[in-house]
Design a protein around this ligand. Structure first.
Ligand code: ATP
Ligand code: MG
Length: 476
């Protein structure tokens, strides 16, 4: 079985200071854990060839496929608000880009493939737990209909990875993305005063993601729009990214870096999962503000391209960045409106949505179960005090009288299943014992999140108190 991948590596053609050419460090005993056949088909890749020994060698980094030009991408970033002038792929390699049958261009990247010039003190590796988490959650995000990087494959390396004094099984994730260009990629060059590189990168990003944009302002406007919509989408499914540093925000508008992420069970606007987010900077309710702050950093990196006069550039960029609030608010209203059965919610409907959310918080309602329960009469059962729900439902029913098919609207907006954190942890624990069945069952159940599927009820319920997993770790 021969694996042929038609690479066309536009990022590798950018000047040398954009990346470090590097091959993966071979691993002892590659073994395929999961191959995403549906995604392979979408990309025009031969899944059987990927699953063959030759294919698995490529997915593990033990063989370089013909046409690939592996490289680590340079980037910088603000981490928890603190500036880090050089980050870069310290444990990932871009193999190259492929053009799918429909003409769309995708990066093919290995994550956990060994040390690079950007590794600093790190070992360049990933362990099984975070690889499975990223696989499950990124694919669930795609199934929910939200823009995201994808997981094409997970491979066990047969080598230990040391974390906190424990030997963990090593793994490599094959990630697919519209690109891996981050806000931090622009910042990396801007901070060095390398305006030529910023301009080259802007042109590259425009060609790949915003062909209608004619200049840097158009690029910013495009990213602002996509990120505002993306974050509103996260909010609508209770997703908490957990580490929204500027190096973890894409310019394409796809969700990236599923390190400490989680979906919340009980609705709490200030919910934080990440063990390192002590100040709650990246709490659920803070995500739009953080995104806006990150976008301001992008705009500031692009200032030299906007106008020779800095004052004028700042003024123009600020106007574009400030469009975020209206785009976000419109998308938030549209999404939460649909969640309560309103096909086209408007500003007038905000009090109704907000009063439900307030009551949900006071009554410790499960976010996913409560919204889904609106269409089958079980929402009130998720409240500590169901009569509080009933009180809200009076106004709600009155408003629903003006809707043609509110049940259909709600069912298309409220997932019945999300990747619950305790289920992810259970799947990881089983995998560490050599049993990957729960991991595969989780992926299968999450592929169709909006409809009831026989045999997947175990994933619909909120965790029992003793099952709750309230902490996540940063995934390195
Ligand atoms: N085990 C490791 N070895 C070397 N570098 C690492 C390791 N873990 C993380 N890094 C680097 O630390 C920085 C921040 O890591 P972060 O957790 O945001 O990213 P990541 O999960 O590795 O990757 P990505 O953002 O591509 O999903 C990045 O530059 C990353 O490459
Ligand atoms: Mg990252």
């Amino acid at each position: 079985m021969t694996l042929t991948i038609a690479f066309d590596n536009s990022y590798a053609r950018l000047p040398g200071r954009f990346h470090a050419r590097q091959t993966a460090t071979p691993v002892a005993e590659p073994r395929l854990i999961a191959l995403n056949r549906a995604l392979a088909a979408r990309l025009g890749l031969d899944a059987d060839a990927l699953a063959s020994p030759e294919g698995v060698a490529v997915l593990a980094g033990n063989a370089v496929p013909e046409g690939a030009e592996p490289l680590a991408q340079a980037y910088a970033g603000h981490q928890f608000g603190g500036w880090v002038p050089q980050l870069g792929d310290g444990r990932a390699l871009l193999l190259g880009e492929i053009i799918a049958p429909d003409g769309a261009r995708f990066d093919l990247q290995l994550k956990g493939s060994g040390r690079t010039p950007f590794s600093r003190g790190g070992d360049g590796r990933a362990w099984l737990g975070p690889v499975l988490r990223e696989y499950v959650v990124s694919e669930a995000m795609a199934a929910l209909g939200l823009p995201t990087t994808r997981a094409l494959a997970a491979v066990a390396t047969g080598e230990p990875v040391w974390r906190d004094g424990f030997a963990r099984p090593g793994a490599v994730l094959t990630r697919v993305a519209a690109s891996h260009i981050r806000v931090g990629t622009f910042q990396y060059f801007a901070a060095q005063g390398d305006t030529e590189a910023v301009a080259l990168l802007a042109r590259h990003a425009i060609e790949r993601h915003y062909p209608d944009a004619s200049d840097a302002l158009g690029l910013i406007a495009g990213v602002v729009t996509r990120q505002a919509r993306l974050i509103a989408g996260w909010m609508s499914v209770g997703f908490i990214h957990g580490v929204m540093n500027t190096d973890n925000m894409t310019v394409s508008g796809e969700t990236i870096d599923y390190g400490p992420c989680a979906f919340m069970d009980t609705y709490r606007p200030d919910k934080v999962f990440s063990s390192i987010d002590a100040g709650g900077r990246y709490a659920w309710a803070n995500q739009p503000q953080v995104a806006l702050w990150n976008l301001a950093q992008l705009a500031s990196a692009l200032l030299p391209l906007i106008a020779p006069d800095q004052e004028a550039a700042i003024e123009a960029a600020t106007e574009v960045v400030n469009r975020f609030a209206a785009i976000y608010q419109a998308e938030w209203t549209r999404r939460f409106g649909r969640k309560i059965g309103l096909a086209e919610a408007g500003e007038d409907d905000l009090p109704l949505i907000q009063s439900l959310l307030g009551a949900m918080a006071r009554n410790e309602a499960d976010f996913t179960r409560c919204f889904h329960g609106l269409s089958d009469g079980t929402a009130r059962d998720t409240f500590i005090d169901p009569t509080a729900f009933d009180a809200w439902a009076v106004d709600w029913q009155a408003r629903l009288a003006r809707e043609a098919d509110p049940v259909a609207t709600m069912q298309s907006a409220n997932p019945v299943r999300i990747p619950r954190n305790h289920r992810i942890e259970q799947a990881i624990a089983a995998a560490l014992e050599g049993d990957f069945a729960p991991f595969h069952a989780l992926n299968a159940a999450l592929a169709a999140p909006y409809s009831h599927v026989e045999g997947t009820e175990w994933l619909e319920a909120a965790p029992e108190p003793e099952e709750i997993v309230a902490r996540t770790f940063c995934g390195t």
